[in-house]
Design a protein around this ligand. Structure first.
Ligand SMILES: *Cc1c(COP(=O)(O)O)cnc(C)c1O
Length: 385
């Protein structure tokens, strides 16, 4: 039987587990982003760390988005996928010399810098090449994103960015570094943010900061608000596209951009999460005293989010239409945390059935590991089968 979005007959013949990417949904998501950001002239840079599958990257580059990178490997992947260097930003607290050199050689748009020692090294390496590096300062705005503590990044206790009270000194320091040009401020307060009032607080903080800067005669060309827009993990079928309309509207309404200023953003999860599902085969159904387990051939090595953040992913049996029963869906890895979901309703399940673990397009395939010497999961692009 064919259920929902999955071409079951084709998927049946592919070795499991694998990620299945629905390119129609990805393209519709990108269209929405371009329309909604376009209303205000905002410039989105896709955060590559969410998913760097080459077909996904090419599709996003083709749609005209820029790229947000956090490593030399990502800068390289962005260039190879066709993102123009002039739309690549490079963030991260620990950029090494080869990564900085790679970015300089490719003339990327800017470095999002996080410390004074980093600024000094970028200045030195740019000088050796006779280049001027554009830098934005990542500012820690001390805004709570109201999300899981592992994915909150904008509090002063986090390792990221400069504290607000140090900014004057940092900007004075940049003036002494001849191969750097200060072009803007960068913020990123966390991930999977569904309470948009966190972003309203960010706008207030940025507006205050801009007022102070104006008094001091400091020019800021660019404001970058990072990523973090959440998606609906509970209802991927009803809410397949994140609420980009409200998200961009909020910044259009609350953020006071100055004359000639450009707003950049870095959505990752909200672009790719819903288009991806991890498809896994049921190896055994094990009946315990009070529970039954669907033991599947995917594990935490293929999708680590449930084990790492206790994240919820909806699971569907896409090859059974029998009456639902309760199951714990677990993987084969020798760790107690290798559980995808407990006490979930699945259509009555038997060995050989295919399950779809939904909303897995972000921080799924890219975080896979070979722990237990397992194979890495494959990937299947809907338009290529
Ligand atoms: C992770 C990250 C993003 C993307 O976050 P999402 O929650 O996936 O949208 C954007 N910017 C920076 C600096 C990041 O570290």
């Amino acid at each position: 039987m064919i259920k929902g979005i999955f071409p079951i007959v084709k998927l049946r013949n592919i070795e499991t587990p694998f990620y299945y990417y629905d390119m129609e949904l990805l393209n519709n998501t990108l269209k929405t982003v371009n329309t909604e950001a376009g209303k205000y002239g905002f410039e989105p840079h896709y955060a590559i760390k969410a998913n760097a599958n080459p077909s996904i990257l090419k599709t996003i580059a083709k749609a005209g988005l820029g790229a947000d990178c956090v490593s030399g490997g990502e800068v390289d992947a962005a260039i190879k996928a066709g993102f123009p260097a002039s739309k690549i930003v490079f963030a991260g607290v620990g950029k090494t010399d080869w990564e900085i050199n790679l970015a300089l050689d490719n003339d990327i748009f800017c470095f999002n810098a996080e410390s004074i020692p980093e600024l000094e090294v970028i200045n030195e390496l740019a000088g050796k090449k006779g280049k001027t590096a554009h830098v934005k300062l990542r500012v820690n705005p001390n805004v709570d994103a109201h999300t899981h503590h592992y994915i909150t990044t904008g509090l002063s206790e986090n390792k990221f960015g400069f504290n607000l009270e140090d900014l004057d000194d940092v900007i004075a320091k940049i003036k002494t570094l001849p191969n750097l040009e200060f072009i803007g401020l960068h913020f990123h307060i966390g991930s999977q943010i569904t309470d948009l009032s966190s972003y309203e607080n960010l706008c207030v903080r940025i507006n205050e900061l801009q007022d102070e800067f104006e008094k001091k005669g400091i020019q800021v060309k660019n404001i970058n608000i990072g990523g973090g827009l959440g998606i609906n993990y509970e209802h991927p079928n009803h809410m397949p596209i994140a609420d980009f309309e409200s998200y961009f509207h909020l910044f259009g309404k609350h953020l006071k951009l100055r004359q000639g200023q450009r707003l950049h953003c870095e959505p990752g999860r909200s672009i790719v999460a819903q288009c991806g599902s991890l498809i896994t085969k049921v190896t055994y159904v094990k009946k315990g005293k009070s529970k039954q387990f669907a033991i599947v051939d995917a594990g935490m090595t293929d999708l680590i989010r449930p084990a790492l953040y206790e994240a919820y992913h909806r699971i569907e049996n896409i090859t059974s239409d029998k009456e639902p029963q309760k199951y714990d869906v677990v993987g084969p890895i020798c760790e107690s945390s290798d559980v995808f979901l407990k006490d979930t309703d699945l259509n009555e399940t038997q060995r050989g059935d295919l399950l779809a673990i939904r909303s897995a397009g972000a921080y799924g395939e890219i975080m896979a590991s070979r722990y237990n010497l397992r194979k890495l999961p494959g990937s299947v692009i809907s338009t290529e089968i």
